[in-house]
Design a protein around this ligand. Structure first.
Ligand code: GAL
Length: 656
């Protein structure tokens, strides 16, 4: 396992470095991430490189048994570059050029930025590529910002020409007859600027795809350069479930392994963190790293609450339990200058060790006892959720209802599995689904022909598919399908959407369960109301009070050897839980381990056996009977007790 910290030696005098390395070694660290914002320190003037300081700290760390991941510093372009070439600064949606007082301030499509990035990445990879301490690379940092400059516009037009071939095809695909938006020259095509009103949704959708391709190209270029000098694994640090600005799945597919930055601010609901772990594991269907694990309070202006005693340890085990093979804490020592003065880490500002240091050290000491058993294990899920970036892009311009949020819909459905400790992979819609017993696709708004076929085939051959309202609405170019919804899938669901409504947030709509499993009055419906007409499906839940009482909200249909559920509204959690119970039983998914509220459990399986990770995410003590088959207490060593007691934020790891 990789265990360590994000370290910024460039912030501190060199005579401190050895002390830092020693303290890291004493904490049991074997890995440090370095340099991802150190561009101006490495290249203080154009073409002048100073790697000696970096080589010195790498040597010191190595002497203390610590290896390094090098971050390419392209997310922090130096001031000299931004001022010498002001046109490389990004332009925002309001067509304003940003000022260079932050990071990520350059346009990744600008040729001058690209050549500067090539130069720094080449120099870094050439200097460190064969360094014995370097075990991996992180390209850039948290990809995300878009740019709306003229260079991007030109490249977008080229991208569109390559995609559509002729303006006739593009005009048709985007439906530009609306409001006389028909283009007669490629150069007329704008970017989705905000000035003047929202853009054509098809244009906006393609712009997000274009920018995802731009970042994919930017990443590819860096990978190619690094590969000339190093054969060590390459990653990028993503941001979990929430960001939806780029198609991160597309970027991830180029990497050797995926990592992400986990900041469960304050009392963040562990559901979202779990889903993020499941998502990043799903990008490549393999274990991942947490490249930045919050280890202290943080914030740029207001500071978040400090992690209570035990929480950093709990976050660590929670991540490992869901497939993390590397935990790198953010950060070693809070900085004295700059925007992140409030971002705390393992040490205090004055360099002294904090209680957090001892908690992390304890975690590492424990893990050392059984990490050889963690190696080679991973999560075995029978359920998959589809996270669809095209749909997420489309919703950003057309939410449909002010209360709609893709992530909160996904998390409501996910929570019903998570609370039962049923393992879930979060994957993209184009993947092979055959290994899953249940596939849940929340609001699959944009449904391409191949995804429709993939889903159909999945159900036909025995899978259980669950989709919700606002699925199968738009085609690949963002036009509304010219057929009844769910388009392309009416036969799979044996039902069509006869009418729909986007209710006012104050409007009360209740549901009535018709089946045995979801019996009687069940819960509130909100956000969106699809009125279903049955074409062979069986009704499971109807609307009770509110808009069109008595009409059907949720259906189930047999199709081929499989089953398809359509959920026409956003159900409150209790109703969603009941329905999910029924879906799980119907699909024959193995039951999860039962835990009290706020306590979760996950299993890593491998050739040498299974490890069960149990985390109490609450301040309340909890007890659970020892699950059958898990006989060893990996933390304490020896046989596990029959009742597992977990104090506030306490964890347990049991071995089979
Ligand atoms: C992350 C970022 C880090 C640091 C941290 C705390 O998103 O990658 O560099 O800024 O947030 O703000």
């Amino acid at each position: 396992m990789r265990f360590g910290v994000d370290y910024y030696p460039e912030h501190w005098p060199e005579d401190r470095w050895e002390t830092d390395a020693r303290l890291m070694q004493e904490a049991g660290f074997n890995t440090v991430r370095l340099a991802e914002f150190a561009w101006s320190k490495i290249e203080p003037k154009e073409g002048v490189f100073e790697f000696e300081w970096l080589l010195r700290i790498i040597d010191i760390l190595y002497k203390y048994g610590i290896e390094v991941v090098i971050g390419t510093p392209t997310a922090a372009p130096p001031m000299w570059l931004c001022t010498n070439k002001p046109n490389i600064l990004r332009v925002n949606e309001d067509r304003l050029r940003i000022t260079p007082n932050h990071r990520q301030q350059c346009c990744i499509n600008h040729p001058d930025y690209k050549s500067a990035a090539d130069r720094i990445v080449t120099a870094t990879a050439e200097t460190l590529g064969k360094n014995k301490a370097v075990i991996g690379w992180q390209v850039d940092n948290e990809f995300g910002p878009l740019c709306y400059c003229e260079e991007c516009r030109r490249q977008f037009q080229e991208w569109l020409e390559a995609k559509y071939g002729s303006l006739g095809v593009l005009n048709e695909a985007w439906g530009t007859v609306f409001w006389s938006q028909t283009f007669t020259d490629w150069e007329q095509i704008p970017l989705p600027w905000r000035i003047g009103g929202p853009p054509n949704p098809s244009l906006a959708l393609d712009f997000r795809r274009f920018f995802s391709d731009c970042y994919a190209g930017f990443l590819k270029r860096q990978i190619e350069i690094i590969r000339k000098f190093s054969d060590k694994p390459i990653t990028h640090n993503f941001m979990g479930l929430w960001p939806e600005v780029l198609n991160y799945q597309k970027l991830a597919s180029q990497l050797d392994f995926v990592s992400w930055d986990n900041y469960p601010f304050g009392g963040a609901d562990p559901t979202g963190v779990s889903a993020s772990h499941d998502l990043v594991r799903g990008y490549l269907n393999k274990n991942f790293w947490v490249m930045e694990q919050m280890s202290g309070p943080g914030g740029w202006s207001d500071m978040s609450p400090a992690p209570r005693k035990g929480r950093i340890r709990a976050w660590t085990y929670h991540a490992i339990g869901r497939g993390a093979d590397g935990i790198i804490y953010f950060r070693w020592r809070p900085c004295r200058s700059g925007l992140e003065q409030y971002w705390h880490g393992i040490l205090n500002h004055d360099g002294s060790v904090s209680r957090r240091y001892y908690e992390i050290k304890q975690t590492r000491d424990e893990l050392k006892r059984f990490e050889h058993l963690i190696e080679g294990t991973t999560i075995d899920a029978q359920v998959a959720f589809i996270n669809d970036y095209d749909s997420r892009f489309a919703f950003q311009y057309q939410r449909g209802n002010q209360a709609f949020s893709y992530t909160s819909l996904l998390l409501t459905l996910y929570r019903s599995f998570y609370n039962r400790n049923i393992p879930v992979d979060i994957i993209s819609s184009i993947k092979d689904l055959s290994r899953y017993k249940i596939v849940v696709a929340p609001a699959l708004f944009v449904l391409t022909e191949d995804v429709a076929e993939n889903l159909k085939e999945y159900v036909r051959s025995g899978g259980t598919l669950v989709i919700t309202f606002r699925s199968a609405v738009k085609d690949a170019t963002g036009l509304i399908y010219n057929e009844q919804l769910p388009a392309r899938l009416q036969d799979v669901f044996g039902a069509i959407v006869k009418e729909y409504n986007s209710p006012h947030p104050d409007e009360v709509t209740t549901l009535w369960g018709l089946s045995e499993a979801v019996d009687g009055h069940c819960a509130k419906a909100s956000v969106w109301l699809d009125i279903m007409e049955l074409r062979g499906a069986e009704p499971l839940i109807k609307y009770d009070a509110g808009f069109m009482p008595g009409s059907i909200a949720v259906t189930r249909n047999r199709f081929g050897k499989g089953t398809a559920y359509y959920i026409g509204t956003q159900m409150a959690q209790d109703c969603c839980d009941l329905l999910t119970e029924m879906i799980i039983a119907g699909a024959g998914v193995s039951p999860g381990i039962e835990t009290p509220e706020g306590v979760d459990a996950s299993v890593r399986k491998g050739p040498l056996g299974s490890l069960l990770f149990i985390t109490n995410h609450t301040e309340r003590p909890a007890s659970i009977p020892r699950p059958k088959g898990y006989i060893t207490d990996m933390i304490a060593g020896g046989p596990a007790p029959d009742i597992i007691h977990l104090d506030s934020y306490e964890i347990a790891v049991l071995g089979s």
